[in-house]
Design a protein around this ligand. Structure first.
Ligand SMILES: NC(=O)c1ccc[n+]([C@@H]2O[C@H](COP(=O)([O-])OP(=O)(O)OC[C@H]3O[C@@H](n4cnc5c(N)ncnc54)[C@H](O)[C@@H]3O)[C@@H](O)[C@H]2O)c1
Length: 321
């Protein structure tokens, strides 16, 4: 009953690994450590240091551990950087997913849960994004995630593969202080890093058509997100039909200003953010409905904004030693 977690040494993958273990489902991790950390893999979990592009290694890992499914988390996630490095992004996210599916076919593994992204929607012109909202990715990253979804769907039509793709919105917080988002581009780590180093965090744009003028996004806690993967894996293992795609969003928007206020409260570091120009391409508001995932996967947000910030801050403090 083992599941392979690709990218299991990364921020989200390591939380997925813990959620599976808490649900008493065995896991094996395959990760090339390009952005992950070996110490994020808990003791007792087999770890294979390899790239998903090494199809033979992925197939052998699936066979050796008698895997019944894959949670395919590994990928290159920097949308901004992907514009400068399209070939790298496509190789990691598209060729990499082909390789995982090829390895699964060879090993006779027929269930996969895929880490997709809100970036598949681009700048949706709706109040609440649902799975029926048209996809219009605006970066090689968003495109590569959409192609990943198509690969799963096409392979599902051609073979007995059971699959679902989970479109994450803004994933934040920590489920345990030893795990954290170390991304140099995401809002939470950027703000926390600035505060930890005594710098003043920055808001890009305060003249958006939103209640307080700053961008509104949909934030979800990584531990809640990880639980949705357990539900998806269990459903696929039981042969239950799932939709090809689910949004993992909260239905609720939080502004950058609200995040800053909560950061100041939680860290007890009073600060007034520096105001900078808008960043090109930042939409005013993106909020998604998670209703379909709630219905089919029991998806729920059990963490408040304060908990998202406080768990992220605790993990940042723990990393400082
Ligand atoms: N963090 C977010 O807010 C967010 C939102 C939407 C989607 N996602 C997707 O979720 C996934 C995980 O994101 P994360 O925030 O944990 O990022 P992360 O960079 O912490 O984790 C990615 C992991 O995959 C590994 N990896 C990358 N390329 C690999 C390869 N070729 N072979 C094997 N391992 C490889 C990395 O070493 C790392 O451990 C990514 O696919 C990302 O696109 C993340």
């Amino acid at each position: 009953m083992t599941w392979l977690v690709t990218g299991g040494a990364g921020y989200i993958g390591a939380h997925v690994v813990r959620a599976f273990r808490n649900a008493r489902i065995e896991v094996v991790v395959l990760d090339d450590l390009s952005s992950g950390h070996e110490e994020f893999v808990p003791d007792g979990v087999p770890f294979v240091r390899a790239s998903i592009l090494e199809t033979d290694v992925v197939a052998r890992t699936l066979e050796e551990h008698n895997c019944i499914g894959v949670v395919h988390v590994a990928g290159f996630k920097y949308a901004g950087v992907s514009v400068q490095r399209p070939l790298h992004t496509y190789t990691q996210n598209v060729t990499g997913t082909v390789s995982v599916l090829e390895a699964m076919q060879r090993a006779g593994v027929e269930a996969i849960v895929f880490s997709s992204s809100a970036a598949t929607y681009g700048t949706p012109d709706v109040d609440l994004v649902t799975e029926a909202t048209p996809t219009r990715p605006e970066s090689p990253y968003g495109e590569s995630k959409l192609i990943g979804e198509w690969l799963l769907a096409d392979q599902g039509r051609a073979t007995d593969l059971r699959h679902t793709s989970l479109r994450y919105f803004n994933v934040v917080g920590s489920g345990t202080p030893e795990l954290r988002d170390t991304s140099p581009h995401n809002l939470f780590p950027l703000v926390l890093e600035a505060l930890a180093q005594g710098r003043t965090p920055r808001i890009n744009g305060t003249d958006y058509a939103t209640p307080d003028g700053t961008c509104v996004r949909d934030y979800i806690h990584v531990a809640d997100l990880a639980e949705a993967h357990v539900s998806a894996a269990k459903a696929l293992a039981q042969g239950r039909d799932l939709l090809p795609v689910y949004n993992l969003g909260s239905g609720d928007g939080v502004s950058v200003r609200q995040i800053m206020d909560t950061m100041a409260q939680v860290t007890r570091i009073p600060f007034e953010p520096t105001i900078a120009e808008r960043r090109p391409g930042d939409p005013a508001r993106i909020v998604a409905s998670g209703e379909a995932a709630t219905r089919d996967l029991g998806w729920r947000m059990s963490h408040s904004l304060e908990q998202m910030v406080s768990t992220a801050w605790e993990a940042r403090q723990a990393a400082q030693g």
